[in-house]
Ligand binder design. Structure first.
Ligand code: UGA
Length: 406
């Protein structure tokens, strides 16, 4: 090769590699800069950090003297209602949700959108993501964590036991670890479940009753959560309040729950399975309306004392509480169906089946005197009124006009 040709060859090679590098650079820049209005902005891409941090900070901003709350499971049923209520009264709220597909994620996205309109940023992320949690606590001094992210549902535990361990055990521990290391430590309020009473037969269920006969893996993981809470309170001085929710229902509810899919099936003319105990005994639940639950959650947050630890050690004993949040008036499932029939003006095709032994219990009934004493908890919505509100929402959300029903 003569001198001139070697020179031309080197230049061509240089231009080739420069083009490759420039292309790669532009590709990565473009890929990691989602539009600012994106509602699905995910945690994890380093170059969106300043924008992401800004949204977190803005969402966490509270009126003076108000709380700053990290709500996990914020795109969930209870989480979205609690987040909206906190924001309404001036608290700062940052939401976290993994938007999993246990039930229709589009419903979760719709809740997220609604919250966004109210100024609550619900980011997509998992409670098992240590780095994300650490980052959040580095950015914001959360005064409280409202932990509502969980794998719910008593019967699904037979199908996917791993998901209960992942969310309700591993996820809970990851969250507690992050809270214990945060400076200052937040106070924690989290969702346990009425299912921890399991096969107990003494009614109404009191927080003082023993809870060592869970009937489902779901119940067992919630019970385990209560024990794990005790440990983190004992060792690290975390202030922790567990709330045992009793079959929560209402607008924006969970499609995996009976009142929800009964409504769907009744409207479609499909049969529904109504469970019954032995000797024709009816199965009953202490159905609790979402607005009452929200009041209970806010009451628990407002009466939560500060955590007492720092640097991995507690300075003194911290508060540890468990409350029933129920309605105190169990209603047979057969009655629930009758109310729905009247509201929907459609007769249900009922298949009466024996109560499955894969997680269900015969009845639940809350004694709520402790929550009443501590923060004035007093449910005010009966099943008829609450279902009316649910049905109105359902018909509106799924745009089922009266004409289409008949
Ligand atoms: O209170 C609680 O802790 C629990 O309440 C509900 O669990 P569950 O009461 O079983 O709620 P549903 O699955 O909606 O069932 C309500 C009632 O309908 C009955 N049912 C359910 C499904 C069905 O096809 N037929 C039927 O008769 C059940 O036996 C139960 O008595 C939630 O799904 C749990 O996540 C929550 O933790």
């Amino acid at each position: 090769m003569d001198k001139h040709r070697r020179w031309t060859y080197s230049i061509t090679k240089l231009v080739f590699w420069a083009t490759i590098f420039a292309g790669a650079f532009l590709f990565f820049c473009f890929r990691s800069s989602p539009p600012s209005h994106s509602t699905t902005m995910k945690w994890g891409s380093s170059s969106n950090t300043p924008q992401w941090e800004k949204r977190v900070r803005l969402s966490a901003r509270s009126r003076s003297g108000h709380l700053s709350v990290l709500v996990t499971g914020a795109a969930g049923f209870v989480g979205s209602h609690v987040s909206a209520a906190l924001k309404r009264r001036g608290d700062g709220v940052v939401g976290l949700d993994n938007f999993n597909s246990y039930y229709d994620p589009s419903l979760k996205r719709a809740r997220q959108k609604l919250l966004e309109q109210k100024g609550v940023f619900v980011m997509e992320g998992d409670i098992n993501d240590e780095k994300l949690l650490k980052k959040l606590f580095d950015i914001v001094e959360f005064t409280h964590v409202m932990h509502l992210a969980a794998q719910a549902g008593v019967r699904y535990a037979m199908k996917n036991p791993g998901s209960y361990i992942h969310s309700n055990i591993a996820g809970l521990v990851t969250l507690f670890e992050a809270c214990k290391s945060a400076n200052p430590q937040p106070s924690i309020v989290w969702a346990s479940s009425s299912s921890v009473y399991g096969l107990n037969s003494k009614v109404p269920f009191s927080e003082k009753d023993q809870t060592d006969q869970p009937a489902s893996l779901y119940a067992a993981t919630k019970k385990a959560g209560e024990e794990i809470a005790h440990t983190y309170n004992h060792i690290y001085g975390l202030s922790i309040t567990g709330l045992r929710f009793f079959t929560v229902y209402g607008p924006w509810g969970r499609p995996d729950m009976a009142y929800f899919f009964f409504t769907k099936n009744i409207l479609k003319g499909k049969p529904i399975s109504v469970f019954q105990g032995s000797n024709n005994k009816s199965v009953a639940r202490d159905f609790t309306y979402i607005d009452d639950i929200v009041k209970g959650c806010l009451g628990a947050l407002d009466t939560a004392e500060k955590s007492t630890g720092s640097g991995g050690k507690k300075k003194k004993n911290a508060q540890l509480r468990v409350f029933n949040l129920g309605n105190t008036s169990p209603v047979p499932v057969t009655k629930l169906v009758s109310i729905l029939e009247k509201l929907l003006k459609v007769k249900a095709k009922r298949n009466v089946l024996p109560l499955p032994t894969n997680g269900d219990v015969m009845f639940t009934h809350a004694n709520i005197s402790y929550a009443h004493k501590e923060f004035g908890y007093k449910p005010t919505t009966d099943l008829q009124t609450g279902l009316h509100k649910f049905v109105n929402w359902y018909l509106d959300y799924y745009s089922v006009s009266e004409k289409k029903i008949y």
